[in-house]
Design a binder for this molecule. Structure first.
Ligand code: B12
Ligand code: SF4
Length: 531
């Protein structure tokens, strides 16, 4: 069977994992990516996006590949994008469409309502999709596959979720070929996960819902064996140019000390490529920090989220005592690790004083880089229930969130930032360069209020560029490559198609406009006859 995935511009490890399982069972898989130029979570400019629009090219590619099933991996921010794309595909092709990923997992009832969605997957997709494809190959769709919802005879079949994959080592390593074939930007940094799940359930995070979906009896946090992770990376290093590895685990230090010790020794010896990872303050220990440093970890992204213990405990459901937070920062620093911290501002219940405390905190505790994201709600997270109860969100607001409408990615300012908060975000781009005494004055007299607030994505690009050596700035590498590849591709196609319109240059000029049009896959692509 032939399965196509249609992707926004981000690499999805879930799609890579499903593709690997399908390929291992003899199916063919292709990925079609929308580069989302000027329309991603960082940068949005509609007129430019229209100019570099890619939908027609994707549909032309799909028509040529002629798949038996088309899958979309959907996060809330790009749910509307996925709907537009799926609707356009459905209007041209009669192929079943399946949605999966965190958005359909959290709000399947809404997603299945769409006429162009034939089925969806709640939770992990590897084995459900394989079973589906095998049943399609037998010519008889199995409508009882756990995790999948189907439309049938005007009704909806809602199958229950199956248990989580307890032993992740039964899975082949995620397939990267489909990403490599789709665009070079995907492999600018090698994405990997050594685990699934998180032991915490912060109120604003999807885990607060997904954990409940599976219930308390399930082992939610699962680590792969060290050997599997190292084999994947060693194999990848032979196949792809690998200059940076990003571990996307929610907390790599949640691994046991023995796992990290074994991993670090083998990583340093057999992979030896700088890497970055996320860590949670409550799992940081000196021993683990030293293991990560010895493995070649370039930087760790530490989830601080709020410098107020009260906010963490009462609003965020993050039980990290103040001492533990400062200790974690010192331990990581002493181990020689560079620290990037994640922080949230503008969350309901956070006081304005907390923002000042945050500035003072980072003036005392210097780190390599400070992210300061504007808060935003995600469907079904625990904070939504709190906000409904205290009246911060109306029923319509919740519907709008679940439909992925009016979303403002947190990197672009989130839902509810005041002018002062945006000035604070901008000030963070400079705070780490200024001496503590100057910062103290700026904070005491609130001089940051004189700053013109930069759009947060610009502040981030600017401060990342200054703070993180380009070689280790994986996010910038990916973005630069994506724009370079797709913009130059599009400009070249415009150029050649303009040249071909000149009758004495193009052979097909002699054959007339109608012949030219018929042979083009779409208005921007190259005419096959004279190419
Ligand atoms: C890695 C990661 C990133 C990476 C890579 C992109 C990505 N989104 O995967 C980066 C850093 C770029 C990133 C960016 C963002 N991310 Co992010 N990210 C993650 C993270 C940590 C891991 C995702 C992952 O690979 N999981 C492992 C795989 C195996 O699981 P999975 O993706 O769920 O896939 C399984 C199933 O969902 C299903 N499935 C998935 N796709 C499909 C498709 C089909 C057809 C089927 C049938 C099944 C299926 O099967 C898969 C295998 O079992 C998750 C948190 C988490 N732990 O899941 C957040 C998470 C996905 N990110 C989140 C957010 C908000 C963002 C940003 C919007 C943040 C921002 N900058 O503003 C951007 C959005 C960019 C984008 N286009 O996705 C939220 C999404 C919430 C929501 N409701 O949408 C999450 C859930 C974090 C959270 N704590 O809430 N992210
Ligand atoms: S620690 Fe991070 S990944 Fe885990 S629940 Fe909290 S925010 Fe989500």
């Amino acid at each position: 069977m032939k399965i196509a995935f249609v992707n926004d511009s981000c690499e999805r490890l879930g799609v890579g994992s499903i593709a690997a399982v399908l390929k291992a069972n003899g199916h063919s898989v292709r990925l079609f990516t929308d580069p989302q130029l000027f329309d991603d979570e960082n940068l949005s400019c509609k007129p430019l996006n229209r100019l570099f629009e890619y939908r027609k090219t994707i549909i032309a590619g799909l028509e040529e590949y002629n798949p038996d099933l088309i899958g979309f991996s959907v996060v809330t921010d790009f749910y509307q994008w996925a709907c537009r794309m799926a609707m356009a595909v459905k209007s041209r092709m009669n192929v079943p469409i399946i949605f999966g990923g965190i958005h359909p997992t959290t709000v399947p009832e809404r997603v299945i309502e769409n006429a162009f969605v034939d089925m969806l997957c709640v939770g992990e997709g590897e084995f459900p999709v394989l079973e589906l494809v095998e049943s399609m190959a037998r010519g008889n769709i199995d409508y009882s596959i756990k995790n999948l919802w189907f439309k049938k005879n005007g009704g909806i079949i809602r199958n229950p979720v199956r248990p989580l994959i307890a032993d992740l080592d039964v899975l082949p390593p995620p397939d990267k070929e489909i990403f490599r074939q789709a665009s070079p930007h995907f492999l600018q940094c090698y994405y990997v996960m050594a685990s699934r799940g998180c032991s915490n359930a912060c109120s604003y995070c999807c885990h607060s819902y997904v954990k409940k979906l599976y219930g308390p009896h399930e082992r939610y946090v699962r680590f792969r064996g060290v050997a599997k992770v190292i084999d994947e990376l060693r194999g990848a290093k032979q196949k792809f140019p690998m200059s940076m590895v990003r571990f996307h685990d929610d907390d790599l230090m949640a691994a046991s000390s023995s796992w990290l010790e074994d991993f670090s020794r083998r990583y340093a010896g057999e992979v030896a490529v700088p890497f970055a990872c996320f860590v949670h303050p409550s799992t940081v220990t000196q021993e683990k920090a030293e293991w990560l440093a010895s493995a070649g970890c370039h930087d760790v992204e530490l989830g601080v989220q709020s410098v107020s213990e009260k906010t963490r405990r009462e609003i965020m459901n993050r039980n990290v005592p103040a001492k533990q937070l400062e200790r974690a920062i010192n331990v990581l620093k002493n181990a020689g690790l560079r620290i990037i911290t994640d922080n949230i501002i503008g969350m309901p219940g956070q006081s304005p004083e907390e923002n000042i405390d945050m500035l003072e905190f980072y003036n005392r505790n210097r780190v390599m880089k400070i992210y300061c994201f504007g808060f935003r709600y995600y469907p079904k997270t625990a904070i939504i229930e709190q906000a409904r109860e205290n009246g911060s969100l109306s029923a319509e607001d919740v519907t709008s969130l679940e439909e992925g409408h009016n979303v403002q990615a947190f990197i672009s300012g989130g839902d509810s930032l005041t002018l002062e908060m945006r000035q604070i975000q901008t000030f963070f781009a400079f705070l780490l360069y200024l001496p503590a005494e100057i910062n103290t004055l700026i904070i005491r007299y609130r001089l940051y209020r004189l700053m013109l607030p930069l759009p947060y994505c610009i502040a981030v690009i600017f401060s990342n560029w200054l703070r993180i050596p380009y070689r280790y700035n994986w996010a910038l590498h990916i973005t630069v490559c994506r724009y370079r590849y797709f913009v130059t591709g599009k400009v070249k196609r415009w150029f050649f198609s303009a040249v071909r319109r000149i009758p004495w240059v193009s052979k097909c000029g002699e054959r007339g406009e109608s012949a030219r049009t018929a042979e083009r896959e779409d208005e921007n692509s190259v005419c096959k006859q004279c190419h």
